[in-house]
Design a protein around this ligand. Structure first.
Ligand code: FES
Length: 110
C-alpha cells in the first residue's frame, strides 16, 4: 500500500525528455517515451548521479555520466558498461489523470 502524490502536469512532459521532480521528499525522474510513461528514482546505481540528465528512448534510459543503460519498465540495468554489482533502480507506479501525473510512493516515504 502506498499513497498517491501529484508529481507533475501532463503538459510538463516532452517526449523522450526526462523530468526531475521532488515528490514526498524523494528525487524522482518522470519520462514519457513511445513505450509509455515511467517513474524511477533519479539516482544512477553506478556513481549516484542523477539519471534525469540522461537520454530516454523506447524502454531504455542511458545515464549521461558513463553510459549505463536502464530498462524503464523494470528499473534493471541492461548495459552495465563493465561496472560490477549495479543494483536495479527503484521504480514507482504512476497514473495520469485529468492532465496530471500521480505517483504512488511507499508509506514509509515522507
Ligand atoms: S553515474 Fe550513471 S553511469 Fe556512472
Amino acid at each position: 500500500m502506498g499513497s498517491m502524490h501529484r508529481a507533475a502536469e501532463s503538459a510538463d512532459l516532452v517526449l523522450d525528455k526526462p523530468l526531475a521532480v521532488r515528490v514526498g521528499g524523494r528525487e524522482i525522474l518522470l519520462v514519457r517515451t513511445a513505450e509509455g510513461l515511467f517513474a524511477l528514482e533519479d539516482l544512477c546505481p553506478h556513481a549516484q548521479q542523477p539519471l534525469s540528465t540522461g537520454k530516454a528512448t523506447g524502454s531504455l534510459l542511458t545515464c549521461k555520466h558513463h553510459g549505463v543503460r536502464i530498462d524503464l519498465g523494470t528499473g534493471r540495468v541492461v548495459e552495465s558498461m563493465g561496472f560490477l554489482g549495479l543494483q536495479p533502480v527503484e521504480r514507482f507506479e504512476l497514473r495520469e489523470e485529468a492532465g496530471a501525473i500521480w505517483i504512488e510512493l511507499p508509506e514509509e516515504a515522507h
